[in-house]
Write a protein that binds this ligand. Structure first.
Ligand SMILES: Cc1cc2nc3c(=O)[nH]c(=O)nc-3n(C[C@H](O)[C@H](O)[C@H](O)COP(=O)(O)OP(=O)(O)OC[C@H]3O[C@@H](n4cnc5c(N)ncnc54)[C@H](O)[C@@H]3O)c2cc1C
Length: 363
C-alpha cells in the first residue's frame, strides 16, 4: 500500500496508495516542481490514508487548504467488501452526492481508503520571507493574527506559541530565551511580494503592541524560528503527563479562546502550554499534569472538557484536525443538533450496518 502509481504534472495530480508517507509524496511532487500541500507536523511518519481519514491540516493549510481540499477522488473498500470509487481526476464535478468529501474526515468509520487521487499545486518559486513578533499578552498575539488575515496578506503559515511553550523549547535546546514574551507569532509569505508582505505583517504586529517584531528573507534565520515551532510537542511532553488538545474558533474569537485557556490553567493550578495555527483559529492547548499527581486522569479529563466548552461557547468546534476518536464521542451531542446526529447515524447504518469499521470511534 505504499506505491505512488502516477504523478502527472500535466493534470497536476497524483494517484497514490493509502500507505504512502505524506512527506514522500511531497518530495516526489517536488521533482516536477509541484507541491502536495497538506503538511501535518507528523508528515514524516503519517500516511495519506491517515491524513484523509482525519482530514489533516498543517502549517501550510492556511493558504493551501486542508487534506480535503487536496483530494479529487478515492477508491475505498466498504464494510460489505464492495469497492467504491468516488470523485475522479477533475477539479470540478457535481455528479451525485459528494461521497469523496463524506469519506474524508470519517476516521475510517465508513470505509477503508485504499487509493487516492490527489491534487498537486505549482511549488512556490519565490524565496519566502518570514517574520517573528513577541507580544506582551497572548490576547495581543491573537488580535495580530486576526489583523494579518483580515488585511488579505495571505501568509502561507501563521503560528502562535505561548510563553510556556517557548520556555519548554528553550529548555530542551539548552538555550536561554532572549525575549521571554507572553506569546510569539511567526508568519511566512511565499508570494511574489513576500518581503513587502511580511513587512506589512510586522507593521500590523507593532500596531497590536508587539514589543519586538522583525522580518527576514534569510533562510537560516527563518529556520531558527520555524524549528522552535516544530519542537513544541517534544519539548512540552517532557513537562509531565500530557494531553494534546485541538479546538477551533472563528478567528475573531481566537484571542478570547487563548485567554480562556489561561484562565482554565489557573483554575486547576496546572500548566497548559498552547500553540496555535493562529490564522485558522485552531489552538492546540497541551494539558500538563505532574507525573506524580494521583488524580491526573480526572484533572486532564475535566480540563479538556472545560476547553471544549469554551470553544463551543465561542461557536467553534471541539476538533479541527485530530478527530473525534474515543475521547470526544460524548461531545458530538453537544456540537451537533438532533437532526444532524440522526442523519449522520443513518449514513453510518447504511454503510456499516454491523458497525465493524473502527467500532466505538466517532459516530
Ligand atoms: C507529532 C505529531 C504531530 C501532529 N501534527 C498534526 C498536524 O499538524 N495536523 C493534523 O491534522 N494532525 C496532526 N497530528 C495527528 C496525526 O498525525 C494526523 O491526524 C495524521 O493525519 C494521522 O495519520 P496516520 O497515518 O498517523 O494515521 P493513524 O494515526 O494511523 O490513523 C488515524 C485514523 O485514521 C484511520 N485510518 C488510517 N488509515 C486509514 C485508511 N486507509 N482508511 C480509513 N481509515 C484510516 C485510523 O483507523 C485512525 O482512526 C500529529 C500527530 C503527531 C504524533
Amino acid at each position: 500500500m505504499t506505491t505512488i502509481h502516477e504523478l502527472n504534472p500535466r493534470d497536476r495530480l497524483a494517484v497514490v496508495e493509502a500507505g504512502v508517507i505524506t512527506a514522500d509524496l511531497d518530495q516526489a511532487a517536488a521533482e516536477y516542481g509541484l507541491l502536495y500541500a497538506p503538511d501535518p507536523a507528523s508528515h514524516q511518519i503519517s500516511t495519506i490514508g491517515g491524513n484523509l481519514a482525519t482530514n489533516a491540516g498543517g502549517l501550510r493549510c492556511l493558504k493551501y487548504g486542508v487534506t480535503r481540499d487536496a483530494v479529487l477522488g478515492l477508491e475505498a473498500v466498504l464494510a460489505d467488501g464492495r469497492v467504491i470509487r468516488t470523485g475522479g481526476r477533475t477539479v470540478k464535478g457535481v455528479v451525485g452526492y459528494d461521497l469523496t468529501r463524506l469519506l474524508v474526515g470519517s476516521e475510517g468509520t465508513l470505509a477503508v481508503i485504499a487509493t487516492a487521487t490527489v491534487r498537486l499545486r505549482p511549488r512556490p518559486i519565490h524565496r519566502p520571507a518570514t517574520f517573528a513578533a513577541a507580544f506582551p499578552t497572548i490576547a495581543a498575539a491573537g488580535n495580530a493574527a486576526l489583523a494579518i488575515v483580515n488585511a488579505g496578506l495571505q501568509p502561507n503559515l501563521l503560528e502562535l506559541m505561548d510563553r510556556d511553550t517557548c520556555r519548554a523549547v528553550a529548555d530542551l535546546r539548552n538555550q536561554k530565551l532572549e525575549v521571554d514574551a507572553a506569546a510569539w507569532l511567526i508568519g511566512q509569505s511565499d508570494s511574489s511580494d513576500a518581503t513587502e508582505s511580511t513587512r506589512s505583517m510586522v507593521a500590523l504586529c507593532k500596531k497590536e503592541r508587539a514589543d519586538v517584531a522583525w522580518a527576514t528573507d534569510d533562510e537560516n534565520e527563518a529556520e531558527a524560528f520555524l524549528s522552535m515551532r516544530r519542537m513544541a510537542y517534544p519539548a512540552v511532553e517532557r513537562l509531565g503527563l500530557t494531553l494534546v488538545e485541538d479546538v477551533v474558533v472563528p478567528l475573531s474569537r481566537l484571542a478570547d479562546l487563548l485567554v480562556g485557556i489561561q484562565d482554565i490553567a489557573r483554575r486547576y493550578d496546572i500548566r497548559i502550554p498552547t500553540v496555535a495555527h493562529a490564522g485558522d483559529g485552531n489552538a492546540h492547548p497541551v494539558v500538563v499534569v505532574p507525573r506524580d499527581q494521583p488524580a491526573a486522569p480526572m484533572i486532564m479529563k475535566q480540563t479538556a472538557q472545560d476547553i471544549y466548552r469554551l470553544a463551543l461557547d465561542f461557536r467553534g468546534t471541539v476538533t479541527g484536525e485530530h478527530g473525534v476518536g474515543l475521547l470526544k464521542r460524548e461531545w458530538l451531542n453537544e456540537e451537533l443538533d438532533d437532526t444532524s446526529l440522526s442523519v449522520q447515524r443513518a449514513i453510518k447504518t447504511i454503510l456499516d450496518p454491523r458497525s465493524i469499521l473502527n467500532p466505538g470511534k466517532g459516530i
